[in-house]
Design a protein around this ligand. Structure first.
Ligand code: SAH
Length: 249
């Protein structure tokens, strides 16, 4: 049996933002495994099977994909954005580490995709032009204390901060708490960008200051970028200069 498993990043939404390599990987699979809305974006060719699963059942989905690959199928696990950013690629390797030792010799590879923070940054200019970091606000897999410690450290180090998973129905208050924490460290005038459905035809941007940032604007399809001290506006764009010296001077 020589099955294979590829974890494919489909990008933020617009088909043009999926790489040709990702498209080839999807076309070559017998089985497509993933969360329904991501799978819906992928055209099904004749003979391909779809295995739709719940968004939260990531480990179970990973085990299912590994079991199919071990039985000789060519399997593609579909992930939005990049599969290595808060997504399925790590879930697959977690399942490999905890699972059947034979899974370690499977043919497993990862096809990268345009992650949400890159698509979001491109909607507004170049806010990630200096040093930046990405933090998921979801406390499904880590404690809120860990998230607060990382937010504080990132704010003190003056990174631009991309916030993934800013809010969901189960967690409506955490973003407000995160903003309160950031306000205690960073300048109140720091630009904050809410980018919803980045890299799709419905993309929407709201720019505000840290002082005025309204947490209720965010949902599960929003990526938030909190600027560094040098992040600024020029014309209708927002960017972070590459230099920490004042480039306009
Ligand atoms: N693997 C994905 C991220 C999964 S975490 C990636 O690389 O993009 C899910 C979070 O990503 C969402 O809650 C949201 O914060 C962000 N996200 C995903 N797609 C997005 C999009 N098109 N626009 C804005 N944010 C998005």
């Amino acid at each position: 049996m020589t099955g294979s498993l590829v974890i494919v990043g489909t990008g933020p939404g617009r088909p043009e933002l999926m790489t040709p390599a990702a498209q080839l990987a999807l076309a070559g699979a017998n089985d497509l495994v993933g969360y329904g809305p991501y799978l819906d974006r992928v055209p099904l060719r004749r003979g391909q099977c779809r295995h739709v699963s719940d968004n939260r059942a990531e480990l179970e989905r990973a085990r299912h994909a590994l079991t199919l690959a071990a039985s000789g199928r060519d399997v593609a696990v579909v992930s939005g954005g990049d599969p290595g950013v808060f997504a399925m690629a790590a879930a697959v390797f977690e399942a490999v580490e905890a699972g059947d030792p034979a899974w370690r010799s499977l043919d497993i590879r990862v096809e990268p995709g345009v992650t949400a923070m890159l698509a979001a940054a491109a909607e507004v200019g170049a806010p990630l032009g200096g040093d930046f970091c990405a933090i998921s606000l979801s406390d499904n897999l880590k404690s809120w204390a860990t998230i607060e410690r990382r937010l504080t450290a990132a704010a003190k180090a003056d990174f631009v901060i991309a916030l993934y998973n800013p809010a969901s129905k189960a967690r409506p208050h955490q973003l407000a708490q995160a903003f309160a924490l950031l306000r205690s460290v960073k300048m109140q005038t720091t630009p904050v960008l809410f980018v919803r459905a980045a890299g799709t035809t419905e993309a929407k941007v709201v720019a505000s200051s840290l002082a005025g940032a309204d947490a209720s604007l965010a949902d599960m399809r929003t990526l938030i970028i909190v600027g560094a001290s040098t992040t600024r506006r020029v014309g209708r764009w927002i960017y972070t200069p590459r230099s920490e010296r004042d480039v306009a001077a």
